[in-house]
Design a protein around this ligand. Structure first.
Ligand SMILES: Nc1ncnc2c1ncn2[C@@H]1O[C@H](COP(=O)(O)OP(=O)(O)OP(=O)(O)O)[C@@H](O)[C@H]1O
Ligand SMILES: [Mg+2]
Length: 244
């Protein structure tokens, strides 16, 4: 489980996160939702210290950090190792084939043997029926295929937690559905995932838990059903604005 307590990100002219406390259970999918500019990405990127919070406590399973003090490089590295990350825009190595994209991290960063890295990559490609893409370069893939490879690349590192920041927002609806199907399958396999999404239908169907961030504060933190059936006027207003 990941626990953040009194987490803050304060810019001179803007409080992006105002001392928030939330938990992200292991082996569950948590969707972070909320209006644009509310602090969702800031929260997600604070978990792997891609963005440096200005204060608070971060606990990732047995690892506890006090964010009110500056952190040692080794602490930051230790935190980073727990996470895989998938960004909004595909970020594959363009000069490497799909297979090499999947083996590069495990071999270079995790010191996995070449043989084991290849086995892992082929297993992932087979699992998601993408084997025929193994020898292609990123430019030979559709946007949806690229994003699915980006997800597999994060998984190849066998992270404890997978972080995704609007992984489908650059895709058209059909390609989005392909990517969401992969994420749904991962959720059903009890992958520990934290995903920022604007897709409420997906969040309702797939997430175990919802964290609603509203203007740098936590507007809801609990089971998915409770969020979508909430009688809270702010939540109802948000959900109303998200549908048409
Ligand atoms: N360098 C900065 N200086 C001042 N304010 C910033 C800075 N970076 C981000 N912010 C502000 O922090 C707030 C939170 O930003 P964040 O990117 O977390 O929002 P978000 O919920 O992910 O939005 P979106 O849905 O549009 O991606 C925003 O209001 C943003 O303008
Ligand atoms: Mg964002």
């Amino acid at each position: 489980m990941i626990k953040v307590e009194k987490l803050s990100k304060k810019y001179p002219d803007k409080v992006a996160l105002d001392d928030i406390s939330v938990t992200f259970p292991a082996e569950e999918t948590t969707a972070i939702v909320g209006p644009s500019g509310s602090g969702k990405s800031t929260l997600l990127h604070s978990l792997n210290l891609l963005e440096r919070p200005t204060g608070g406590q971060l606990t990732i399973d047995g690892l506890s950090l006090d964010l009110n003090h500056s952190l040692a490089k080794s602490e930051v590295l230790e935190v980073r190792k727990q996470f895989g990350m998938v960004f909004q825009e595909k970020a594959l190595f363009t000069h490497l084939t799909v297979l090499k994209n999947l083996t590069e991290g495990p071999i270079k960063v995790k010191k996995v043997s070449k043989e084991e890295a290849l086995n892992r990559a082929h297993r992932l490609l087979a699992q998601f029926k993408m084997e025929e893409l193994a020898d292609r370069y990123p430019y030979q893939l559709s946007g949806g295929q690229q994003q699915r490879v980006a997800i597999l690349r994060a998984l190849a590192m066998e992270p404890k937690y997978l972080l995704l920041d609007e992984p489908t927002s650059a895709l058209d609806p059909e390609l989005e559905a392909q990517v969401l199907r992969v994420l749904k399958e991962l959720a059903q396999k009890d992958t520990s995932m934290i995903i920022v999404t604007h897709n409420m239908a997906f969040a309702e169907q797939v997430a175990d838990k919802i964290v609603f961030i509203d203007n740098g504060a936590v507007g809801y933190d609990g089971p998915t059903d409770g969020f979508f059936h909430s009688t809270d006027s702010r939540i109802k207003q948000f959900l109303g604005a998200m549908s048409f």
